[in-house]
Design a protein around this ligand. Structure first.
Ligand SMILES: [Zn+2]
Ligand SMILES: [Zn+2]
Length: 282
């Protein structure tokens, strides 16, 4: 098959259109650009790198769009996995001319190996530390590598568990709240699927870790993701529609939970002491 926009061989079919490598990259950057433009993103962005393909694609695409970036990596202290991922993130930063900032979760007295629910603790710690890093380094935004596949999986998982209050954050942009030291969050890959992020990383020869987190291997979300992709294969476009539906649903539900300031650390919290400080206390 030939590319729809030039004479070159196509490498990908997206919603019925064929793209060569060059035009696929243009398509990809166009999707990222659409989010930057829609929400008027302008200012320094702290970019969370995990060493994985999505955050690598996110960082590289924002770099291509010439935004002001500050990349950081949270070392979660998970056996060899965290070390391999850190190395890949460092290599990517070096190749693009950035210095990678490292945050070590062990410095906060947290050891995931001791936790009964490591994924839940990890999620809380990551969210907290990302925001703290961005806030302390005068960034207006934190960008993460969540893509369309992740967004839909996350929302469906909450749906399946009757957990509607957890919908917050299921959109490409979440505004910050200065009085709560909350930095705005952006998901530049919101309109791009797993497969497309993989292809972008491949075409641009980006460094990334292929390893999966040892804690996440048995997570139920992996099956949900497989199932969604199977459906998408039969009916292209349903993931896009699901993301739009969940986004609207989130706006309709709104957030009733009242925000406070944590008495211990001074960052935002839904109770007197924030979840992160509670974990540290244990
Ligand atoms: Zn082309
Ligand atoms: Zn706190």
């Amino acid at each position: 098959m030939k590319c729809e926009y030039c004479e070159k061989e196509a490498v990908e079919n997206i919603y019925g259109r064929y793209y060569c490598e060059n035009h696929f990259v243009k398509y990809f950057l166009g999707k990222v650009r659409s989010i930057i433009d829609k929400f008027g993103i302008n200012g320094r962005i702290a970019v969370a790198l995990s060493g994985g393909k999505d955050s690598s694609a996110c960082f590289h695409s924002l770099h291509k769009l010439k935004l002001d970036l500050l990349p950081f990596y949270i070392n979660l202290g998970i056996e060899s996995y965290s070390e391999i991922c850190q190395k890949k993130a460092e290599e990517l930063c070096n190749s693009l001319g950035y210095r990678l900032h490292i945050i070590d979760i062990n410095e906060y007295g947290i050891n995931l190996a001791d936790e009964k629910k490591p994924c839940s603790v990890c999620g809380t710690a990551k969210r907290y530390l990302m925001n703290k890093f961005a806030y302390e380094n005068n960034c207006k935004y934190v960008a993460t590598g969540h893509n369309l596949s992740d967004v839909v999986t996350f929302a469906l998982n909450n749906f399946m568990n009757a957990n509607l209050m957890n919908f917050r954050g299921n959109r490409p942009y979440l505004e910050g709240k200065e009085e709560y030291k909350m930095v705005a969050k952006i998901k530049p890959l919101y309109w791009l699927k797993d497969k497309e992020c993989m292809l972008y990383v491949y075409i641009n020869r980006l460094r990334y870790a292929e390893e999966e987190c040892p804690h996440a291997i048995s997570a139920p979300t992996i099956q949900i993701k497989e199932w969604i992709h199977e459906m998408e294969g039969k009916k292209p476009g349903i993931m896009l529609n699901m993301a739009k539906s969940f986004w609207r649903l989130e706006e309709m539900i709104g957030s009733k939970a009242k925000l406070n300031i944590c008495r211990k650390c001074g960052y935002a919290s839904y109770s007197k002491i924030c979840k992160f400080c509670k974990i540290r206390k244990r």
